[in-house]
Each structure stands twice: as structure tokens, then as C-alpha cells.
Write a protein that binds this ligand. Structure first.
Ligand code: NAD
Length: 375
């Protein structure tokens, strides 16, 4: 008998909160449908698709790279050769909607600049495809809502590219933090690197929606929420941009504080500072920590009593396989659109506070969605 990984489900509890449960399946149980590998089409073949998602799709068990959508002619030959992609499964941004007629594509994965996520998610849903959309979900509250509605109306599954919910180090952080194994916690978390190319979409408000908060801060927000296992109740933020002349459309650096029912999270992210990247729960027994925390590999974890003994995995392969299994087994994704909306709403309030002299802003009305794991 084969020991299988956790099957994850979201269910509604009486309080109305959507909690994620994990039921360890100790016995092999494989409906034949699982033998089908779902076809994924990547939309946008930039750095993340090239460096991570494409290679991960060579490792996935339940899905494979069946198609691409690109605006760059030269990439067609490179990708079709490397991944053995059929000519008829190659699309550009104009003929993308005709993907509706392609039965080999089950999942469309949007890997475009943030400001384009909504349009392509909605077009993919209208074409009858399940959708994964990269983080941050979108650049406005209205767009997040429209994306969720479009997928619901089409009867298709929708998830956000939150790969760390599938990473075993973050799984440990969730279990040990949420269950207060080392006592009460407060969190400090930061993520920064020095952005050298200031002529790219990430520093343009229309395409990025914001600066490092949208791109990196979303990991700090997520990390704090899933380590506490609670929703934050208020935020207070400060724009800490160092070189204001360089950062005309978006912030260069930002710091914020989130209040949770049982503690605080102190967060910062930056495109101006040397690299740092950690998620730390300061517990009654000492530090429970991931450092580095948010990158693709080389993560390290520490409990107050020593290093975590965790076997690293390919995060993206695990994330895409989990979504494929959700579709094949008709279960809910761990990282639905509503979680992306939740995080967008927090980001929006952080900007609001930073623009209003660090006013404390309530987070009442967040979608009540949490990824809760037993110890
Ligand atoms: P990138 O700049 O490397 O690639 C962007 C792609 O979009 C390119 O192929 C480009 O040709 C295409 N594109 C189409 N229209 C464009 C336009 N108007 N302007 C600019 N590019 C356009 O970016 P990336 O790093 O691949 O990021 C893409 C998305 O993936 C972003 O939403 C980003 O936040 C997300 N991302 C997620 C992770 C993660 O760990 N989950 C990591 C990196 C990026």
C-alpha cells in the first residue's frame, strides 16, 4: 500500500468561516479518473513561466504543459520544441478566445503582469477553462470580484498561484504556529530585494497596481495570516520609500503592522534594500522561523529547539498537481479566488493607511477564509 499525501478540502463550519481541513489518507485510493493528466496552457511566457512553471510541468503527475499563449513569435518555436507542444495548441493574445474549441486544454494559467490578470482570467473562464491566476490576484477590488463571478458563472474552478500553501516548510509553520505549540506568538516578517531595472512593468502603476507591497508584501500578509490562523482586524502602515526620486508611480519600500485577535504582525517589504526574506513567529519558547522563507528552493526552518527536518519539494509542481486533483476529484482548492480577494482587500487598506498618516484602518468585512491545519 502506498502512503499518499494529504487530501485537502475546504468546508463550511457553522460560524460561516471557510476552514481548510487536511485529512491524511493513509491508504491508497485512486479513482481511475486520476490517471488522466489535465492539459495546462500558460498565458505569458516571461521569467516565472520560463524559470519555474514550465520546468515544474515536467514534474507534475496530474497535469502537463499542453499549450501556450504568447505575443512573441520567437518563443513559439523555443517552447514547442522544449515541451513538445502541438502547433494547434499555440495561441496569441488575439486568437486566445478560440481556446474554447480546444479539448486538450483544461486549465489556463495566467502569468501576465498584474494589471492584465482580470481580463485574461475572465476570457479563460468564458472559454470554459479552469483558471489559475498568479499573485497578486488583480489591481482592483472590482476586478477581483469580476474574476470570481466569471469563473462561478462558467462553472469552472479558480485558484491563485499561492505556491507556499503547498510547501512543506510553510505547512510546518502553519501547524506549529496555529496550534501555538510554543505558546503565544507575535510575528515579524520581511521580504526585499534591490530592483535594478526601473524600466519594467513592476514599477508601472497601471500594470503592477503598486510596488513591493503587491509583489512581495502579499507573502508577508499571507505568512502572518496562516501562522496565526486568524484574520487580521486592523492595519496601520507607513510608506518608507528611501529614494523618492526613483519611485514616482509606486512605493519603493513600505512597512505595516497588522493586529490579529491574539497578537501583532510587523511587516516590511522593499525594492530598495539588499535581499532579506523571513517569516518569524516570536513564541514564548523562542523563535519559530523560516529564513529564507518565500523563495522557490533553499528554504530553511527553525523551531525554538532546532532546525526543522523537512524534505523540500518542487512547490510549483505540488501547487499545480493539487489543482488538477481538485478538478479531477471535484474538491475545493486550498487557495481560491476569495483568498486572493481577501489579500487584495488587506493590501488596499495598507495603502489607504500609508496615504493617511498611518491611520489605523479596520479590516472588518474580509472574506472569512483561512487555511487551518491540525498539528
Ligand atoms: P515577466 O516580466 O518576466 O513576464 C511577463 C510576461 O508578460 C512576458 O512574457 C511579457 O511578454 C508578457 N506581457 C504581455 N503583455 C505585457 C505588457 N503589456 N507588459 C509587460 N509584459 C507583458 O514577469 P513574471 O516575473 O513572469 O511575472 C508574471 C506574473 O507572475 C506576475 O503577476 C507576478 O507577480 C507573478 N509571479 C509570481 C511568482 C510566484 O512565485 N508565484 C513569481 C514571479 C512572478
Amino acid at each position: 500500500m502506498k502512503r499518499r499525501p494529504f487530501i485537502k478540502q475546504i468546508f463550511q463550519v457553522t460560524s460561516g468561516a471557510y476552514l481548510v481541513s487536511q485529512i491524511p489518507l493513509l491508504y491508497s485510493f485512486k479513482p481511475t479518473i486520476q490517471n488522466k493528466k489535465l492539459g495546462v496552457a500558460l498565458v505569458g511566457l516571461g521569467g516565472y513561466s520560463r524559470g519555474q512553471l514550465g520546468p515544474a510541468l515536467l514534474e507534475t503527475e496530474h497535469c502537463y504543459l499542453a499549450g501556450i499563449v504568447t505575443g512573441t513569435k520567437e518563443k513559439e518555436a523555443i517552447w514547442s520544441e522544449k515541451y513538445n507542444i502541438k502547433k494547434e495548441n499555440i495561441y496569441n493574445y488575439d486568437n486566445f478566445d478560440s481556446i474554447v474549441n480546444n479539448d486538450e486544454i483544461d486549465i489556463v494559467y495566467i502569468v501576465l503582469p498584474n494589471g492584465m490578470h482580470a481580463e485574461y482570467t475572465i476570457r479563460a473562464a468564458k472559454a470554459g477553462k479552469h483558471v489559475i491566476c498568479e499573485k497578486p490576484m488583480a489591481t482592483s477590488f472590482e476586478d477581483c470580484k469580476k474574476m470570481i463571478s466569471a469563473c462561478k458563472e462558467a462553472g469552472k474552478m479558480f485558484s491563485i498561484g499561492y505556491r507556499l500553501h503547498f510547501d512543506p516548510f510553510h505547512d510546518q509553520m502553519m501547524r506549529l504556529g496555529q496550534n501555538r505549540v510554543y505558546g503565544d506568538i507575535n510575528i515579524t516578517t520581511s521580504f526585499a530585494f534591490k530592483m535594478r531595472n526601473l524600466d519594467q512593468w513592476r514599477v508601472k502603476k497601471e500594470l503592477a497596481g503598486g510596488g513591493p507591497l503587491m509583489d512581495l508584501g502579499v507573502y508577508n500578509i499571507q505568512g502572518a495570516i496562516y501562522t496565526f490562523g486568524e484574520l487580521p482586524t486592523s492595519v496601520k502602515a507607513k510608506n518608507t520609500t528611501i529614494n523618492k526620486a526613483d519611485w514616482k508611480e509606486v512605493e519603493g519600500s513600505i512597512e505595516w503592522e497588522m493586529t490579529f485577535p491574539s497578537g501583532k504582525a510587523y511587516c516590511k517589504c522593499s525594492y530598495e534594500e539588499p535581499y532579506y526574506c523571513h517569516l518569524t513567529a516570536n513564541t514564548e519558547k523562542g523563535e519559530l522561523k523560516l529564513s529564507p522563507a518565500f523563495i522557490y528552493n533553499g528554504l530553511k526552518g527553525f523551531t525554538p529547539y532546532g532546525p526543522m527536518t523537512v524534505k523540500p519539494i518542487n512547490q510549483q509542481a505540488a501547487q499545480m498537481d493539487a489543482f488538477a486533483l481538485n478538478i479531477l476529484q471535484n474538491t475545493n482548492t486550498l487557495v481560491p479566488g476569495e483568498m486572493g480577494l481577501r489579500d487584495y482587500m488587506i493590501i488596499d487598506k495598507i495603502y489607504q493607511s500609508a496615504n493617511n498618516n498611518s491611520e489605523v484602518i479596520s479590516l472588518k468585512g474580509l472574506p472569512n477564509i483561512l487555511d487551518i491545519r491540525p498539528i
